[in-house]
Design a protein around this ligand. Structure first.
Ligand SMILES: Nc1ncnc2c1ncn2[C@@H]1O[C@H](COP(=O)(O)OP(=O)(O)O)[C@@H](O)[C@H]1O
Ligand SMILES: [Mg+2]
Length: 262
């Protein structure tokens, strides 16, 4: 049962019910990389403030492609990506931080030959007008929150362990404090203890009011901690609902579609 799988401290029940602003909406998006091959077909989903939208699907379903389309690395062929109601489809990825949108990709976003401190401060230092007044306080808060990085500030990011690099990715997001964070496969390759920590950070981000779009191969974890779950199958959303919905018929369908037991 999905309900029984809820982990204490991470369940969506920790966040107040009721309406929350829809910050990000993907509306009937069709997109792909090459010519007429559509990797995403008519995909719609939304992310609300302080809520976790979970996206599950088999390898190759198009989950990462959807995140890249939201970020502007790909422009939809049809449909649109809306940020607080305004069309941001194909808007250059480097401008998304200005809106309050951040992306923790599956692959590293760190600069391996720069220090931990430089990686942490980089995005904010380049935007003095937006972040100049909060930079030092954020930096101090971030190091309190991610103490493992404190002793590593002058180390090169590329020399950190996998778990420490993931901490640095989340610490970067904490520095930016976006309104919405897209998080792609955060637990891949991590030891279970570190993965558990990653999911705690995600829960804490949501409780602070951040909207989250979460993709992870740990389907049970995604379903249990999301407020709304979307199933992506061969580029199409084939089901969506609350975690409770997944305890009934939908649960069986998803099991069947994904070919797994959870
Ligand atoms: N850069 C690319 N160029 C062309 N095709 C790609 C590229 N990246 C991914 N694809 C294809 O898009 C499909 C969806 O991939 P992806 O979004 O990475 O899936 P998921 O994240 O769900 O595993 C796959 O068939 C993959 O081969
Ligand atoms: Mg992927």
């Amino acid at each position: 049962m999905v309900e029984a799988a809820r982990a204490p401290g991470t369940a969506s029940a920790d966040r107040p019910a009721g309406s929350a602003e829809t910050l990000l909406a993907v509306e009937n998006v069709t997109a792909g990389y090459l010519g007429d091959i559509d990797v995403l077909r008519n995909v719609s989903l939304s992310v609300r403030a302080g809520r976790i939208s979970g996206l599950i699907g088999l390898n190759g379903a198009g989950k990462s492609t959807l995140m890249k389309t939201i970020c502007g690395f790909l422009r939809p062929k049809s449909g649109r990506v809306a940020w607080r109601g305004a069309d941001i489809s194909g808007k250059p990825a480097h401008t998304m931080i200005d809106d309050g949108l951040w992306y923790i990709p599956q692959e590293s976003s760190l600069f391996p030959y720069m220090t931990v401190a430089e990686n942490l401060r980089l995005a904010l230092e380049g935007r003095h007008r937006q972040f100049g007044s909060v930079l030092e306080q954020r930096y101090a808060d971030t190091l309190e929150r991610f103490p493992v990085l404190k002793e590593k500030l002058s180390a090169q990011a590329g020399d950190l362990s996998g778990g420490q690099q993931k901490s640095l990715e989340f610490a970067k997001a904490y520095m930016v404090q976006p309104k919405v964070c897209l998080i792609d496969e955060p637990s891949i390759g991590l030891a279970p203890r570190v993965a558990a920590e990653v999911f705690q950070w995600i829960g804490a981000f949501a409780r602070s009011g951040m909207g989250i779009l979460l993709v992870d191969h740990n389907v049970r974890r995604v379903v249990s901690m999301s407020d709304h779950v979307y199933v992506l199958s061969l580029g199409e959303i084939t089901a969506d609902g609350t975690p409770a919905d997944f305890a009934g018929d939908l649960h069986d369908q998803v099991r069947e579609w994904l070919g797994i037991n959870f």
